[in-house]
Write a protein that binds this ligand. Structure first.
Ligand SMILES: Nc1ncnc2c1ncn2[C@@H]1O[C@H](COP(=O)(O)OP(=O)(O)OP(=O)(O)O)[C@@H](O)[C@H]1O
Ligand SMILES: [Mg+2]
Length: 205
């Protein structure tokens, strides 16, 4: 991404701590003087609102291909209306979930990963995409009650396998999320500070 904006993504299975760490990072970075936009997928736009409602229903899932297309559609709105405008204002955007979630959650039901990658080609690449890695048996334990149709250990094991594949392919950076919050947060913050320093060191256009 050209300019001074920074685009960071937090990924991970349900209960891995994405929202907890998003709030922490936003607060710390604001205290350091940065303007931070906290965002998430599904977005607050129309398709995103449908998807949030859908994920809470305990009904039969849509065909996984339809899910992938809907999430990509919502992502298009998210990129156009939230992420790109903030980056153009040189702000730091932190998104909970992005196209890696589509690959992991729909890939885990057998959707072709290259097809998902292809349909998300419009989505700009983040400067840093982190996998908060944890096993489902630990992460589900943290959640007090079931909140989505995706919270099933066997399913989340497959989701995690794809996330790990994306780590091995260099698309995600793994952070062990089964450690105490403060340790995880220290590691995340120092990764982002390195990124900010490198960006500031770059000669201007
Ligand atoms: N490193 C940690 N150690 C212990 N508990 C943690 C840690 N990180 C997060 N938690 C706790 O785990 C629970 C789930 O975290 P959180 O809601 O942030 O996860 P999430 O990834 O946003 O989940 P979901 O995808 O279901 O929204 C919270 O109660 C949070 O306080
Ligand atoms: Mg959450």
């Amino acid at each position: 991404m050209a300019g001074k904006g920074l685009f960071i993504v937090l990924e991970g299975i349900d209960g891995s701590g994405k929202d907890t760490h998003l709030k922490f990072l936003a607060k710390e970075l604001r205290e350091l003087g940065y303007t931070v936009v906290e965002t998430a997928e599904p977005s607050r736009d129309r398709v995103g609102t449908f998807l949030k409602r859908y994920a809470k229903m305990n009904e039969e899932r849509l065909p996984a291909e339809s899910e992938a297309l809907l999430y990509a559609s919502d992502r298009f709105d998210h990129v156009k209306n939230v992420i790109t405008p903030a980056l153009l204002r040189d702000q730091i955007v932190i998104s909970v979930r992005y196209y890696y979630s589509s690959m992991a959650y729909q890939g885990a039901v057998g959707v072709d990963l290259d097809w998902i990658r292809e349909m998300n080609r419009f989505a700009l690449r983040p400067d840093l995409a982190v996998l908060l890695d944890i096993l489902p048996e630990y992460s589900l334990h943290r959640l007090k009650r079931r909140r989505s149709i995706y919270e099933d250990s066997d399913y989340l094991r497959k989701v995690r396998d794809i996330y790990i594949r994306l780590v091995n392919e260099g698309e995600l950076v793994k952070v062990d999320a089964d450690r105490p919050k403060r340790v995880v947060q220290g590691e995340l913050l120092s990764m982002i500070q390195d990124l900010v320093e490198r960006r500031n060191a770059k000669p201007g256009p």
